[in-house]
Design a protein around this ligand. Sequence first.
Ligand code: ZN
Ligand code: ZN
Length: 280
Amino acid sequence: MLAEEEFFSVQQVDEGVFLCRERFYHSGNRANIWLVQGSTADLVIDSGLGIWDLAKFLRNRHLIGEKPVQAVATHVHFDHSGGLHQFENVAIHANEADALESGDNFETVTMVTNSEIASEWKADDYRVIAVKPTRVLTEGDIFDLGNKTLTVLHLPGHSRGSIGLLDEEAKVPFSGDAVYDGSMIDWLPYSSVNDYIRTCERLLQLSAVVKKVCPGHFGMFDGKRLHQLATDYISNANACHRVLSGCIKGIASVILRGHNTSNLPCKCLYFTCCCCYCFG
Ligand SMILES: [Zn+2]
Ligand SMILES: [Zn+2]
């Protein structure tokens, strides 16, 4: 039996900033989990699947525990919100608070397969556990960690409640899935191309000042790359892209509804994803 310490990797990326990853989840959906330590409080940004005990891992490593801890999901998707139930103080954007509280595994786009998990585990049993948020966020809200403050930026498009958290002094945004160094996904049930374009316009403004971006997936990148990613999305979001995105959204919605009620084969969605990546 493995201890919690072995279920996650952790690396320090800056002073008081740590990146954790789930070691036994082998999937492009594996999210980055960020810990920002402040002088009076700590902030856990995103929480992974929730299969393994992140809170216990962080406590055992003495990374949290001495100060109040706040967990926040950059959005309600399962790869970011699944571990929130392990924390006492949980925050999410107002647009997705109901989905989290009711355990709506359609809006969380819950989709995990046995083959992605390198341990004895049954994907059929996996669900995002309902959590009542203790804090509901809107644009401009602040997380005060003492020597650091992070400001909530509402960045919809990928999902309706997607947020970024901006450390203005350090010039570092934690961007969730609003932007990462890969194809932006705008075809999930509550995605919106129009919202995503507005978010990218905002990211363009931000790109002039940011030092580095701590994204929801993959590696960190600088303001220049942020500018490129946002520009690419806006210039690709033409009529053809909208039609394709709309079609995939319809298919993905049907599959997700089926998966979360009657367990249709997950491969369908991955096929859809591949189509999106190839042609989107
Ligand atoms: Zn997402
Ligand atoms: Zn994600």
